[in-house]
Ligand binder design. Sequence first.
Ligand SMILES: [Zn+2]
Length: 448
Amino acid sequence: MAHDLLIKNGYIVIDSATEIAGGWIAVTDSRVSAYGTGGGEPEASRVVDAHGRLVTPGLVNTHHHIYQNLTRSYAPAVNGSLFNWLTTLYPIWAAIDEEASYLSTAIGLIELAMGGCTTTMDHMYVHPRPHLIDAQVQAGREIGLRFMPTRGSMTRSVEDGGLPPAEVVQDPETILIDSERLIRAYHDATPGAMTRIALAPCSPFSVTEDLMKATAELAETHDVRLHSHLAEDEDEDTFCAEVYGCRPVEYLERVGWASPRTWVAHFIFPNDDEQQRLADAGVGVAHCPSSNMLIGGGTAAVQHLRSIGMNVGIGTDGSASTDHASMWMEARNALLLGRYRGGPAAMAARDALDIATRGGAECLGWADEIGHLRRGACADLVVWDTHPVALAGALSDPVEAWLRCGPSRAFHTVVNGDFIVENREPTTSALDDLLRRHRAKAAEIQPR
Ligand SMILES: [Zn+2]
């Protein structure tokens, strides 16, 4: 049988148990169809020589707010606390429309592909106008990443003691109707799906208790995932105690979210008992190392959480809190932060790769098909590019060298068998036009 694509002569990581030096991997009908050691390569319509390159499963991004790339490194906000940063940016984000959502998503997905990401979620939680997620789905289909937009929401504006202005929040009924509409329109539960929808109130404290409960019920009805921020800031403990009379994790349990359907971003400040309870409940965690370090408020106990049975993935977090969106950089920062926290034996490059691939796929409820390259997996993979100068002398371990040396980026990013990045460059012919329109839109919404 002739395959559609053959990548040969690479150091191929199939999953955490199997690595093949000088190996090959074949793709047929958008799936991994075979792999093996050098010498017995089958025929294929297209052959790529990956000599001297690492080949891994595509990285899976478990937390992002792509729209924020319209306000990257926005000078008036860069030195504020999380709350200052939000209150400076919310009024600007109130200008987001369908065009802004489409352009930021298209550019954001291209950027992710260049950093070796093949599947991403997105958490769009400001809704000053309708149909922003419809515009994201359109951009996702055009760019070709595997995409899980989440229907974010906020109901609590400054008028109800929240942070955002009234223009970006909505009433619970509008949110639920639109959530159901998006699931019906775009959620594809079939194997090999390119688009899935999840539901994602911004944080348990930015929406009403009834909406948290109703969102969990809606997710159950339609069998979709649930996502939110949790325990990102110590102030949440105080707020939660005052408003709900309990701690954030207890509140998550009270509203019916402590289930394997849920993954939460950050999870920095739970106590030991709370960590264990959510691990036992099957809740996953999106660890966002660059965001944690830039915000400077703490970071998740990643290796401990994994040791007690939690699924941990990596997230870039928003383009205005992390400002870049390279999953390679996030995997490297997860490695550095893990060792900084726990010492030199605390984490290895293979742990970071496992978190960025399998761990992420588990968080998104997609581990059967993505996050590995076993036979039958979706053909989502990356042939990595690290300059030979940066790799000079790195002879003994290509996986450690991948994160310790660098910077690295994608030489080829393949999603569903298609090249999204080829020879280091995005394949879309629309790139120049998208960049021009993105610049104009960013200039339009940023106050001068
Ligand atoms: Zn976030």
